[in-house]
Design a binder for this molecule. Structure first.
Ligand SMILES: [Zn+2]
Length: 712
């Protein structure tokens, strides 16, 4: 990925905020500001960045949550017995092939073993869970945040597609005692347009009756059929729902006392036989080629469908495989939504601005003649870096092609004025913020300001990162306030934030500050005197130490001084005594899953700088983070560090690690004195030897399977 770490961190922060905002509008208020393709683009971009920079994943990342909280809903709450998941997205054929390849690797399947998948159109509706007990509908709930949804039982009584009692057909055995059908409530396109027209007529009639002027622009209509469906279903007064022509189809299940089949298609066909509609395009595919054929067929038929679809969903057919594959964060490993591509548009690149980030990186931002792409007006686009500008050959005044393939936040994909004879854009060789020289180090694409701490852009960006939500999360200390306090010389480094109370009168003298707001700010600062150690570490903005990496480090070392000590030890390189200590320290750091040489190097470099040590000491004189505590689950290996080595025969290495994590254990890559347990298969070599030297317990794969089984 052609972007620097600092830029990625910044963008992830912006994405987390933006996605949370749109989630709320969409799920809680049924009033989105942006079309789905744009929302998908944001989520997608977030996932891309997280894949490229896994150590930057934020605790508040949208990938860590599903949907919205239902706190503000007037409807009753329903806790889902089995969590309602969302799906990972793909936008290209290659990603679909990779999805299947990943499944093969995870399940250790041989190349000739067929992986049968199901494919069906992904309808653009509202997820709903229908709980049937002894065949009778007892509860209907929306997805909500995946764990807790809203009770819409009285509302779905008005949806003809949803039967109140499942029909046993006599042939397929009994209906399970408990069975939760999951599917989508939706509204057809024609009904959606009719509803909007009706809302308009109603508003006009009301205005006329009251003798008021009628303003069309003020009538609240639904943005798309899905929002119309959501707004119609989520009504406190079910009689409103009754007037809206809602439909439903089933595509899966949640809690079930037993399953009427061993594959996705068997169970879906059974649900259909019980009287609930399923997608008419549901089918099985025996290969990636067949999956892509299904995708193209469904995509080409899309305009003729009476309802909106936004992609194709693939699921692993065998349910025992689904169970082994399990879940990552909020999505199953065994399902994928292959989304349809979004639009392109042409516009003029009016100018190129340069922004300076926390690490001094100069990022070019294209200012565009506003243009509608996929239903959204776009005015800015990132041009990433100097090389990207050269690749596109763009200059102010060029006509460019923008794309919002689910891919990304809008991107320039082509320059239509490339052939025109005008001078090339010259990338600045000086920082626009401080005037220092701006250079790209050898082998680097990013041009950075060399001003370091004399560059106000870098210093303020670092402070903003320090107080941001994923770091210290100091309420009331926003970006504008940081800029303002910084300009007054009150914030030289993070520790100064904790000395602001001495400036109470000076702050009060600033425009816009009142007793109450100053008090709130200072008490927000005081409330962070004993901060979470991992957030503090992340907030320092050490290169390559993202939120997840910071947590991984603190889980192992618990306190910041302990971490510093080992990082400094690992970094020193002279004298034999030291060399031994350094290599032990290095090995210990590297043995942490997710920590590689790049992170160790970056930590060493950080503590090598006197200035950084001063910032660190100064900060720790103001705050005292308590030792980091790891939450553990209840299992024989909870809280322990496990190393897998040798050839595993019933599962892949990834599956083994995923099992360990589910049981609350840490899976490490190499054996160290901190290792509690080694699971060894045939051919285990040096790790097994090392475990023996250190006296660490070693078990085989069968014994591990017992532990997994015992934990349920
Ligand atoms: Zn600068």
């Amino acid at each position: 990925m052609n972007i620097s770490e600092a830029e990625a961190a910044n963008e992830l922060m912006r994405l987390a905020k933006a996605i949370a905002h749109h989630n709320r509008l969409y799920h809680a208020e049924d009033a989105p500001e942006i079309p789905d393709a744009e929302y998908d683009a944001l989520v997608r971009r977030n996932a891309e960045l997280e894949a490229a920079f896994p150590h930057l994943i934020r605790p508040d990342s949208p990938s860590q949550a599903v949907g919205h909280e239902v706190a503000a809903s007037p409807l009753g709450k329903v806790t889902h017995e089995v969590r309602m998941m969302s799906l990972d997205n793909a936008f290209s054929d290659e990603e679909v092939a990779e999805f299947v390849a990943r499944i093969r690797r995870f399940l250790s399947l041989s190349a000739d073993e067929p992986v049968v998948m199901t494919a069906e159109d992904k309808i653009d509706g509202l997820s709903c869970s229908l709980r049937y007990e002894n065949g009778k509908l007892v509860r209907a709930a929306t997805r909500g945040d995946g764990q807790v949804g809203e009770d819409v039982t009285p509302n779905v009584a008005h949806i003809a597609d949803i039967v109140q009692e499942l029909r046993g057909d006599g042939a397929g055995g009994p209906i399970p005692d408990v069975f939760e059908v999951r599917g989508e409530v939706y509204m057809e396109k024609a009904a959606f347009h009719a509803l909007n027209a009706h809302l308009m007529d109603e508003a006009r009639a009301q205005a006329e009756a009251k003798g008021e002027a009628f303003d069309e622009a003020k009538v609240r209509q639904f943005a798309n059929p899905r929002n119309a469906a959501a707004g119609s279903l989520r009504q406190k007064d079910a009689s409103v729902t009754a007037k809206r022509p809602l439909r439903f189809w089933a595509h899966g299940w949640g809690a079930a006392s037993s399953l009427p089949g061993e594959s996705q298609h068997e169970v879906i066909r059974r649900i259909e036989s019980w009287g609930l509609p399923v997608s008419p395009q549901f089918r099985q595919c025996g290969s990636v080629e067949e999956m892509l054929e299904a995708y193209r067929a469904i995509r080409d038929g899309r305009p003729d469908l009476p309802f909106e679809i936004d992609g194709v969903v693939y699921k692993v057919d065998r349910i025992d495989w689904q169970q082994r594959l399990g879940f990552v964060a909020k999505a199953p490993r065994w399902a994928l939504a292959h989304k349809f591509p979004a639009e392109q548009a042409e516009t003029v690149l009016e100018s190129i601005d340069i922004q300076v980030g926390r690490t001094g990186k100069l990022t070019p931002v294209g200012r565009l003649k506003p243009v509608l792409v996929g239903g959204v007006t776009v005015t800015n686009v990132t041009l990433h870096n100097r090389d990207e500008i050269a690749r596109l050959g763009v200059r102010p005044g060029d006509r460019v092609v923008l794309q919002r393939a689910g891919d990304v936040i809008p991107q320039v994909v082509d320059n239509l004025s490339r052939e025109e004879e005008r001078p090339a854009y010259v990338f600045p060789d000086h920082c626009p913020e401080c005037g220092s020289e701006a250079v790209a180090e050898e082998g680097e694409v990013d041009v950075r300001c060399t001003g370091g701490l004399i560059c106000p852009a870098q210093r303020t960006e670092r402070l903003k990162h320090f107080v941001s939500r994923a770091a210290l999360d100091i309420e009331g200390l926003g970006e504008k306030t940081i800029d303002e306090f910084f300009a007054h010389g009150w914030l030289e480094s993070p520790a100064d934030i904790f000395r602001l109370k001495a400036r109470k009168d000076e702050i009060l003298a600033l425009e816009g500050w009142k007793d109450k707001s100053v008090e709130n700010l200072l008490s927000a600062v005081e409330s962070k005197r004993a901060p979470d150690a991992a957030r503090l570490l992340f907030g320092l903005g050490i290169r390559h130490v993202g939120a997840v990496t910071a947590r991984d480090l603190m889980k192992r070392f618990e306190t910041l001084p302990a971490l510093r000590q080992i990082a400094e030890l690992a970094h020193q390189k002279h004298g034999e005594e030291e060399a031994k200590a350094a290599s032990d320290a290095y090995a210990e750091l590297i043995s942490i899953d997710g920590i590689g040489p790049v992170v160790v190097e970056a930590l060493g470099d950080f503590f090598h700088e006197d200035h950084n040590k001063q910032v660190w000491d100064d900060l720790l004189s103001e705050v005292s983070p308590p030792p980091y505590v790891v939450e553990t689950k209840d299992s024989a290996v909870a809280g322990k560090t496990v190393v897998f080595t040798g050839k595993l025969e019933t599962m892949s290495r990834d599956e083994a690690k995923a099992q360990a994590e589910r049981l609350g254990a840490k899976a490490a890559g190499s054996v160290s004195p901190k290792t509690d347990l080694v699971v060894a298969g045939p051919g285990a070599g040096s790790k097994l030897k090392k475990a023996a030297e250190l006296g660490i317990e070693v078990i085989d794969e069968a014994a591990w399977a017992e532990i997994v089984k015992a934990a349920g």
